[in-house]
Design a protein around this ligand. Structure first.
Ligand code: NAD
Length: 313
């Protein structure tokens, strides 16, 4: 049973929210504000303190939180962290071992498709239910409960999780079976990376040819070059006043996160053997960008690297 009848007739779940970082803490706060009984935990003590200060209940360990929950949500950095937490390390019991049978595990971390499938298999073998539910929308989306969730798992588990995901997000898409939420996330971000590089290259080429930024924007945004990387995340200041280019490329979506997601895309490309040359090149370009100036910059800042690396005018 995921939901219990709460005071006043509303339906509430007991949720263990593990991983209270940039994304996890505001997501957990939104679940709590929606009336769910949320208990959080993070291995980083300062994150636990921040959760406590925000008025969330906190547990002494992840397993303590999971043992008393109907739903366990994880929001970690990597797939290895998710699998370790599920299994337990150094002989200690993991989350799957302590949770009551039939607990719904929802992993919202961005991890590789094959890692997500492994996590599903572990959860199922331990008698639990599970979904992969990565998000897009960043910290602002997490704070405002406007995240997009891409969900993989069974129809039944998706239906059970939907009210919880709706408390944290605005667009909830069931993408198919195990791992397909992560598949949708890597495919979308590969499109985004390739298109952001293409838009940036076009602006630098236009500059060299004597074309004003606004003129290129006015043409391309109303023609077949139209895309989010141009009309929302425009890499030059001016045409789209809200884009990161107007605030010195403060993220937005940091180059380091784009590089991470492209690494996961590359893993999926390797796994499937797809001839995705643009995706691989985008991975190479953002890996380099994230190792240099792009670590803390919005990924649209790639335009500055393109200018710097271009032959002198
Ligand atoms: P973060 O590093 O701020 O938070 C992750 C937290 O998980 C850390 O506080 C860490 O201590 C904790 N953690 C790790 N292992 C744990 C365990 N076993 N038990 C409890 N806590 C544990 O990362 P974030 O920015 O919140 O991102 C989380 C995930 O969301 C990542 O996979 C990221 O790729 C994805 N994501 C992030 C953004 C963004 O804008 N930050 C956007 C979309 C998706």
């Amino acid at each position: 049973m995921i939901f219990r009848q709460a005071e006043g007739g509303s339906r509430a779940a007991r949720v263990a929210f593990l991983g209270l970082g940039h994304m996890g803490l505001p997501m957990a706060k939104n679940l709590s504000a929606a009336g769910h009984d949320v208990v959080g935990f993070d291995v980083f003590p300062a994150a636990v303190d921040a959760a406590r200060e925000a008025g969330l209940g906190v547990a002494a360990s992840g397993t303590d939180a999971a043992a008393a929950a109907d739903v366990v949500i994880t929001m970690f950095q990597s797939g290895a962290q998710v699998i370790e937490a599920y299994r337990g390390v150094d002989g200690a019991a993991g989350l799957l071992a302590v949770a009551a049978p039939g607990t719904l595990f929802i992993d919202s971390s961005t991890i590789a498709v094959d890692e997500a499938r492994a996590a599903h298999a572990l959860a199922e073998a331990a008698g639990h239910r599970s979904l992969d539910a990565p998000v897009s929308g960043g910290v602002v989306g997490a704070e405002n409960a406007t995240l997009a969730f891409m969900v993989g798992g069974s129809d039944e588990d998706f239906a059970a999780a939907a009210p919880l995901l709706e408390a944290m997000g605005r667009r909830i898409v069931h993408c198919g079976g195990a791992g397909l939420g992560q598949a949708a996330k890597v495919c979308n971000n590969m499109i985004l990376a390739v298109s952001q590089i293409a838009v940036a290259e076009a602006f630098v080429l236009g500059e060299r040819l004597g074309l004003e930024h606004q003129a290129l924007f006015d043409v391309a945004s109303n023609a077949s070059g139209q895309c989010w990387a141009l009309t929302t995340n425009c890499p030059v200041p001016g045409p789209v006043p809200t884009s990161p280019a107007n605030r010195d490329y403060q993220p937005g979506f940091a180059g380091s996160l784009m590089s991470k997601d492209l690494g996961l895309a590359e893993q999926a490309i390797d796994l499937t053997g797809v001839d995705a040359r643009m995706g691989r090149l985008a991975r190479e370009i953002y890996l380099e960008f994230a190792a240099g100036p792009g670590a803390g910059q919005d990924f649209s800042g790639i335009i500055n690297t393109i200018r710097t690396d271009s032959a002198p005018a």
